[in-house]
Design a protein around this ligand. Structure first.
Ligand SMILES: [Zn+2]
Length: 369
Protein backbone atom coordinates (compact mmCIF):
# COMPACT_ATOMS: atom_id res chain seq x y z
CA UNK A 1 0.00 0.00 0.00
CA UNK A 2 1.43 3.38 -0.93
CA UNK A 3 1.52 6.21 1.58
CA UNK A 4 -0.26 8.42 2.04
CA UNK A 5 -3.54 6.62 1.41
CA UNK A 6 -6.85 6.05 3.11
CA UNK A 7 -8.56 2.69 3.49
CA UNK A 8 -12.28 2.84 4.17
CA UNK A 9 -12.91 -0.29 6.24
CA UNK A 10 -16.64 0.11 6.64
CA UNK A 11 -19.54 2.54 6.69
CA UNK A 12 -22.43 2.24 9.16
CA UNK A 13 -25.98 2.71 7.82
CA UNK A 14 -26.14 6.23 9.28
CA UNK A 15 -22.89 7.26 7.57
CA UNK A 16 -20.33 6.78 10.38
CA UNK A 17 -17.08 5.42 8.96
CA UNK A 18 -14.31 3.15 10.18
CA UNK A 19 -11.05 3.68 8.33
CA UNK A 20 -7.28 3.65 8.35
CA UNK A 21 -5.07 6.51 7.20
CA UNK A 22 -1.65 5.25 6.12
CA UNK A 23 1.18 7.75 6.59
CA UNK A 24 4.96 7.69 6.27
CA UNK A 25 5.15 7.36 10.08
CA UNK A 26 2.57 4.63 10.49
CA UNK A 27 -1.18 4.05 10.31
CA UNK A 28 -3.90 6.09 12.02
CA UNK A 29 -7.02 4.14 12.97
CA UNK A 30 -10.06 6.33 12.34
CA UNK A 31 -12.23 7.84 13.65
CA UNK A 32 -9.34 9.44 15.55
CA UNK A 33 -8.91 12.30 17.99
CA UNK A 34 -5.60 14.16 17.70
CA UNK A 35 -4.10 15.60 20.89
CA UNK A 36 -2.97 19.17 20.28
CA UNK A 37 0.73 20.12 20.38
CA UNK A 38 0.50 23.63 18.93
CA UNK A 39 3.97 24.78 19.99
CA UNK A 40 5.64 21.39 19.69
CA UNK A 41 4.43 19.63 22.83
CA UNK A 42 1.17 18.29 24.20
CA UNK A 43 1.47 20.44 27.32
CA UNK A 44 2.80 18.41 30.23
CA UNK A 45 2.58 15.02 28.53
CA UNK A 46 5.59 12.99 27.40
CA UNK A 47 5.51 11.09 24.10
CA UNK A 48 5.81 7.84 26.11
CA UNK A 49 2.62 8.80 27.94
CA UNK A 50 0.91 9.69 24.66
CA UNK A 51 1.82 6.26 23.30
CA UNK A 52 0.49 4.62 26.48
CA UNK A 53 -2.73 6.62 26.14
CA UNK A 54 -3.09 5.19 22.64
CA UNK A 55 -2.73 8.42 20.69
CA UNK A 56 -2.51 7.85 16.94
CA UNK A 57 -1.73 11.15 15.24
CA UNK A 58 -0.62 14.37 16.96
CA UNK A 59 -1.59 17.84 15.75
CA UNK A 60 0.91 20.67 15.63
CA UNK A 61 0.95 24.06 13.96
CA UNK A 62 3.22 25.00 11.08
CA UNK A 63 2.85 28.76 11.63
CA UNK A 64 3.86 28.53 15.29
CA UNK A 65 6.84 26.25 14.62
CA UNK A 66 7.99 28.45 11.73
CA UNK A 67 7.90 31.50 14.04
CA UNK A 68 9.59 29.70 16.93
CA UNK A 69 12.00 27.91 16.86
CA UNK A 70 12.03 28.38 13.05
CA UNK A 71 12.06 25.91 10.19
CA UNK A 72 15.88 25.70 9.99
CA UNK A 73 16.12 24.89 13.69
CA UNK A 74 13.41 22.23 13.45
CA UNK A 75 15.22 20.67 10.49
CA UNK A 76 18.50 20.65 12.43
CA UNK A 77 16.73 18.84 15.27
CA UNK A 78 15.45 16.03 13.06
CA UNK A 79 12.30 17.62 11.72
CA UNK A 80 8.98 17.88 13.50
CA UNK A 81 9.24 14.26 14.70
CA UNK A 82 12.61 14.99 16.30
CA UNK A 83 11.34 18.20 17.89
CA UNK A 84 8.23 16.54 19.35
CA UNK A 85 10.05 13.30 20.21
CA UNK A 86 7.07 11.56 18.61
CA UNK A 87 7.81 8.78 16.10
CA UNK A 88 4.20 8.44 14.95
CA UNK A 89 2.11 10.44 12.47
CA UNK A 90 1.97 14.24 12.79
CA UNK A 91 -0.51 16.59 11.12
CA UNK A 92 0.08 20.32 11.05
CA UNK A 93 -2.45 23.01 10.54
CA UNK A 94 -1.08 25.57 8.11
CA UNK A 95 -1.59 28.30 10.67
CA UNK A 96 -4.01 30.33 8.59
CA UNK A 97 -6.45 30.42 11.47
CA UNK A 98 -3.71 31.49 13.90
CA UNK A 99 -2.47 34.22 11.55
CA UNK A 100 -5.97 35.64 11.37
CA UNK A 101 -6.72 35.26 15.08
CA UNK A 102 -3.38 35.98 16.80
CA UNK A 103 -1.44 38.47 14.78
CA UNK A 104 -1.94 42.13 14.22
CA UNK A 105 -1.76 43.89 10.88
CA UNK A 106 -3.27 41.10 8.83
CA UNK A 107 -3.72 42.20 5.25
CA UNK A 108 -4.91 39.66 2.76
CA UNK A 109 -4.09 40.08 -0.90
CA UNK A 110 -4.59 37.61 -3.71
CA UNK A 111 -0.94 36.58 -3.54
CA UNK A 112 -0.99 35.77 0.19
CA UNK A 113 -1.19 37.17 3.72
CA UNK A 114 0.74 40.07 5.26
CA UNK A 115 1.01 39.66 9.02
CA UNK A 116 3.02 40.68 12.03
CA UNK A 117 4.65 37.88 14.02
CA UNK A 118 3.06 37.34 17.43
CA UNK A 119 6.51 36.27 18.69
CA UNK A 120 8.77 39.19 17.80
CA UNK A 121 6.53 41.68 16.02
CA UNK A 122 8.41 41.36 12.72
CA UNK A 123 6.49 41.71 9.48
CA UNK A 124 5.94 38.59 7.43
CA UNK A 125 4.30 37.60 4.18
CA UNK A 126 3.08 34.07 3.49
CA UNK A 127 2.01 32.77 0.11
CA UNK A 128 0.10 29.49 -0.20
CA UNK A 129 3.22 27.96 -1.79
CA UNK A 130 5.31 28.98 1.25
CA UNK A 131 2.85 27.24 3.56
CA UNK A 132 3.30 23.96 1.69
CA UNK A 133 7.09 24.33 1.57
CA UNK A 134 7.25 25.03 5.32
CA UNK A 135 5.24 21.88 6.10
CA UNK A 136 7.38 19.82 3.72
CA UNK A 137 10.55 21.18 5.34
CA UNK A 138 9.17 20.45 8.81
CA UNK A 139 8.66 16.86 7.66
CA UNK A 140 5.00 16.51 8.60
CA UNK A 141 2.87 13.55 7.50
CA UNK A 142 -0.33 15.44 6.81
CA UNK A 143 -0.28 19.10 5.73
CA UNK A 144 -3.07 21.60 5.36
CA UNK A 145 -3.57 24.17 2.61
CA UNK A 146 -3.58 27.87 3.46
CA UNK A 147 -7.15 29.08 3.80
CA UNK A 148 -8.60 32.50 4.44
CA UNK A 149 -10.59 32.55 7.65
CA UNK A 150 -13.34 35.10 8.12
CA UNK A 151 -15.22 36.10 11.27
CA UNK A 152 -18.38 34.20 12.15
CA UNK A 153 -20.48 37.29 11.46
CA UNK A 154 -18.92 38.12 8.07
CA UNK A 155 -21.38 39.14 5.38
CA UNK A 156 -22.09 37.14 2.18
CA UNK A 157 -19.76 39.21 -0.04
CA UNK A 158 -16.87 38.79 2.39
CA UNK A 159 -17.52 35.03 2.68
CA UNK A 160 -17.66 34.67 -1.12
CA UNK A 161 -14.39 36.56 -1.61
CA UNK A 162 -12.61 34.49 1.05
CA UNK A 163 -13.97 31.33 -0.50
CA UNK A 164 -12.67 32.19 -3.97
CA UNK A 165 -9.27 33.03 -2.53
CA UNK A 166 -9.15 29.84 -0.45
CA UNK A 167 -9.81 27.77 -3.58
CA UNK A 168 -7.18 29.64 -5.60
CA UNK A 169 -4.67 29.20 -2.77
CA UNK A 170 -5.51 25.49 -2.50
CA UNK A 171 -4.76 25.03 -6.21
CA UNK A 172 -1.45 26.92 -5.93
CA UNK A 173 -0.42 24.95 -2.85
CA UNK A 174 -1.22 21.67 -4.56
CA UNK A 175 0.81 22.67 -7.63
CA UNK A 176 3.76 23.60 -5.40
CA UNK A 177 3.86 20.28 -3.58
CA UNK A 178 7.16 18.37 -3.93
CA UNK A 179 6.96 15.60 -1.32
CA UNK A 180 4.72 12.76 -2.52
CA UNK A 181 4.89 11.03 0.89
CA UNK A 182 3.18 14.00 2.59
CA UNK A 183 -0.61 14.00 2.46
CA UNK A 184 -2.15 17.37 1.62
CA UNK A 185 -5.68 18.31 2.66
CA UNK A 186 -7.87 21.06 1.23
CA UNK A 187 -10.09 23.04 3.62
CA UNK A 188 -13.76 23.57 2.84
CA UNK A 189 -14.93 27.06 3.80
CA UNK A 190 -18.08 29.00 2.93
CA UNK A 191 -19.47 30.27 6.21
CA UNK A 192 -22.97 29.22 7.16
CA UNK A 193 -24.40 29.01 3.65
CA UNK A 194 -24.74 25.44 2.41
CA UNK A 195 -24.63 26.58 -1.24
CA UNK A 196 -21.25 28.25 -0.60
CA UNK A 197 -20.01 25.14 1.20
CA UNK A 198 -21.09 23.05 -1.81
CA UNK A 199 -19.21 25.37 -4.15
CA UNK A 200 -16.09 25.18 -2.00
CA UNK A 201 -16.24 21.38 -1.70
CA UNK A 202 -16.82 20.89 -5.43
CA UNK A 203 -13.88 23.14 -6.32
CA UNK A 204 -11.52 21.36 -3.90
CA UNK A 205 -12.66 17.86 -4.86
CA UNK A 206 -12.14 18.85 -8.49
CA UNK A 207 -8.54 19.75 -7.66
CA UNK A 208 -8.04 16.36 -5.98
CA UNK A 209 -6.64 16.37 -2.43
CA UNK A 210 -5.55 13.44 -0.26
CA UNK A 211 -8.17 14.45 2.26
CA UNK A 212 -10.61 17.22 3.07
CA UNK A 213 -10.99 19.36 6.16
CA UNK A 214 -14.02 21.38 7.10
CA UNK A 215 -13.04 24.70 8.66
CA UNK A 216 -14.67 27.92 9.76
CA UNK A 217 -16.92 26.28 12.35
CA UNK A 218 -17.10 26.79 16.14
CA UNK A 219 -16.38 30.48 15.64
CA UNK A 220 -19.12 31.69 17.98
CA UNK A 221 -22.22 30.46 16.13
CA UNK A 222 -25.01 28.54 17.93
CA UNK A 223 -24.31 24.77 18.22
CA UNK A 224 -27.24 23.86 15.96
CA UNK A 225 -25.70 25.99 13.20
CA UNK A 226 -22.39 24.19 13.63
CA UNK A 227 -24.15 20.84 13.33
CA UNK A 228 -26.21 21.91 10.31
CA UNK A 229 -23.16 23.06 8.33
CA UNK A 230 -20.95 20.17 9.49
CA UNK A 231 -23.58 17.60 8.45
CA UNK A 232 -24.17 19.26 5.07
CA UNK A 233 -20.43 19.61 4.41
CA UNK A 234 -19.70 15.93 5.15
CA UNK A 235 -22.22 14.89 2.50
CA UNK A 236 -20.34 16.97 -0.09
CA UNK A 237 -17.08 15.04 0.32
CA UNK A 238 -15.94 11.91 -1.53
CA UNK A 239 -16.22 8.68 0.51
CA UNK A 240 -12.74 7.46 -0.40
CA UNK A 241 -10.89 10.34 1.27
CA UNK A 242 -10.45 11.14 4.97
CA UNK A 243 -12.58 13.94 6.40
CA UNK A 244 -11.27 16.20 9.14
CA UNK A 245 -13.62 18.38 11.16
CA UNK A 246 -11.30 21.07 12.51
CA UNK A 247 -11.33 22.18 16.13
CA UNK A 248 -14.18 19.94 17.39
CA UNK A 249 -15.00 19.52 20.16
CA UNK A 250 -16.80 18.15 23.21
CA UNK A 251 -17.31 14.38 23.62
CA UNK A 252 -20.83 14.94 22.31
CA UNK A 253 -19.46 16.77 19.27
CA UNK A 254 -17.20 13.77 18.58
CA UNK A 255 -20.10 11.31 18.77
CA UNK A 256 -22.33 13.48 16.59
CA UNK A 257 -19.60 14.23 14.05
CA UNK A 258 -18.53 10.58 13.75
CA UNK A 259 -22.21 9.90 13.04
CA UNK A 260 -22.05 12.44 10.20
CA UNK A 261 -19.13 10.60 8.61
CA UNK A 262 -16.08 12.52 9.85
CA UNK A 263 -12.81 10.68 10.53
CA UNK A 264 -10.39 13.11 12.21
CA UNK A 265 -10.81 15.54 15.09
CA UNK A 266 -8.75 17.85 17.25
CA UNK A 267 -9.57 20.08 20.17
CA UNK A 268 -7.76 21.79 23.03
CA UNK A 269 -10.59 21.04 25.49
CA UNK A 270 -9.15 17.93 27.21
CA UNK A 271 -5.71 19.48 27.66
CA UNK A 272 -6.64 23.14 28.35
CA UNK A 273 -9.56 22.29 30.62
CA UNK A 274 -7.42 19.73 32.46
CA UNK A 275 -4.88 22.45 33.25
CA UNK A 276 -7.76 24.57 34.56
CA UNK A 277 -9.00 21.82 36.87
CA UNK A 278 -11.92 20.55 34.79
CA UNK A 279 -12.02 16.78 34.43
CA UNK A 280 -14.14 14.85 31.95
CA UNK A 281 -16.08 11.94 33.47
CA UNK A 282 -19.08 9.91 32.38
CA UNK A 283 -21.09 11.88 34.94
CA UNK A 284 -20.12 15.16 33.26
CA UNK A 285 -17.71 17.86 34.39
CA UNK A 286 -15.79 17.41 37.63
CA UNK A 287 -14.29 20.65 38.96
CA UNK A 288 -11.38 19.37 40.99
CA UNK A 289 -10.80 22.64 42.91
CA UNK A 290 -14.25 22.37 44.48
CA UNK A 291 -14.00 22.19 48.30
CA UNK A 292 -16.16 19.08 48.46
CA UNK A 293 -13.26 17.03 47.02
CA UNK A 294 -10.83 18.10 49.77
CA UNK A 295 -11.03 14.89 51.83
CA UNK A 296 -12.32 12.58 49.10
CA UNK A 297 -10.10 9.50 48.89
CA UNK A 298 -11.87 8.13 45.79
CA UNK A 299 -10.39 8.49 42.33
CA UNK A 300 -11.88 10.87 39.76
CA UNK A 301 -13.65 7.90 38.18
CA UNK A 302 -13.42 4.46 39.87
CA UNK A 303 -13.98 2.77 36.51
CA UNK A 304 -11.26 4.75 34.70
CA UNK A 305 -8.05 2.84 33.98
CA UNK A 306 -5.84 5.90 33.43
CA UNK A 307 -2.62 6.42 35.44
CA UNK A 308 -4.17 9.30 37.38
CA UNK A 309 -7.23 7.34 38.53
CA UNK A 310 -5.08 4.30 39.41
CA UNK A 311 -2.73 6.32 41.64
CA UNK A 312 -4.38 9.54 42.87
CA UNK A 313 -7.47 10.47 44.83
CA UNK A 314 -9.72 13.44 44.14
CA UNK A 315 -8.43 14.98 47.38
CA UNK A 316 -4.81 14.64 46.29
CA UNK A 317 -5.56 16.12 42.86
CA UNK A 318 -7.42 19.01 44.48
CA UNK A 319 -4.44 19.74 46.72
CA UNK A 320 -2.06 19.74 43.74
CA UNK A 321 -4.38 22.08 41.82
CA UNK A 322 -4.79 24.47 44.79
CA UNK A 323 -1.02 24.47 45.41
CA UNK A 324 -0.48 25.10 41.69
CA UNK A 325 1.85 22.11 41.47
CA UNK A 326 2.57 21.36 37.82
CA UNK A 327 1.96 17.66 38.49
CA UNK A 328 -1.69 18.48 39.17
CA UNK A 329 -2.13 19.90 35.67
CA UNK A 330 -0.24 16.95 34.17
CA UNK A 331 -2.36 14.34 35.97
CA UNK A 332 -5.59 16.10 35.00
CA UNK A 333 -4.43 16.26 31.37
CA UNK A 334 -3.59 12.54 31.38
CA UNK A 335 -7.05 11.66 32.68
CA UNK A 336 -8.82 13.91 30.16
CA UNK A 337 -6.83 12.63 27.20
CA UNK A 338 -7.53 9.09 28.37
CA UNK A 339 -11.26 9.91 28.46
CA UNK A 340 -11.16 11.25 24.88
CA UNK A 341 -8.94 8.52 23.44
CA UNK A 342 -10.88 5.76 25.23
CA UNK A 343 -14.09 7.21 23.78
CA UNK A 344 -12.53 7.03 20.30
CA UNK A 345 -11.44 3.41 20.92
CA UNK A 346 -15.00 2.58 21.96
CA UNK A 347 -16.37 4.33 18.87
CA UNK A 348 -14.05 2.29 16.62
CA UNK A 349 -14.93 -0.97 18.40
CA UNK A 350 -18.62 -0.04 18.15
CA UNK A 351 -18.23 0.52 14.39
CA UNK A 352 -16.26 -2.74 13.98
CA UNK A 353 -19.03 -4.64 15.80
CA UNK A 354 -21.82 -2.91 13.87
CA UNK A 355 -23.31 -1.55 17.10
CA UNK A 356 -22.48 2.16 16.75
CA UNK A 357 -23.52 4.31 18.59
CA UNK A 358 -24.82 2.10 21.44
CA UNK A 359 -21.56 1.45 23.30
CA UNK A 360 -20.16 4.86 22.40
CA UNK A 361 -23.14 6.66 23.91
CA UNK A 362 -22.68 4.62 27.11
CA UNK A 363 -18.96 5.49 27.18
CA UNK A 364 -19.71 9.21 26.77
CA UNK A 365 -22.26 9.04 29.62
CA UNK A 366 -23.66 12.44 30.51
CA UNK A 367 -21.74 13.98 27.59
CA UNK A 368 -23.87 12.08 25.07
CA UNK A 369 -26.98 14.14 25.75
ZN1 LIG B 1 -8.79 8.57 34.88
Amino acid sequence: MTVPSFVLLGTAPGGARRGRLLTAHGPVETPAFMPVATHGSVKGVTPAQLAELGAGMILSNAYHLAQRPGVDVVRALGGVHGLLGWPGPILTDSGGYQIFSLTGLVKVVDDGVHFRSHVDGSKGFLRPEDVIRVQEDLGVDVAMSLDECVAGDAGPARVAAALARTTAWAARGLAARRRPDMALFGIVQGGFDVARRAESAADLVGLGFDGYAVGGLSVGEPPEETRRIAAASARLLPPDRPRYLMGMGTPRDLLTSVGMGYDLFDCVLPTRNGRNGMLFTRDGKLMIRNARHAQDGAPVDPACTCYTCRHFSRGALRHLAMAKEMLGAQLATLHNLHFYLELMRTIRADLDAGTFPTRSVAAAGAWAS
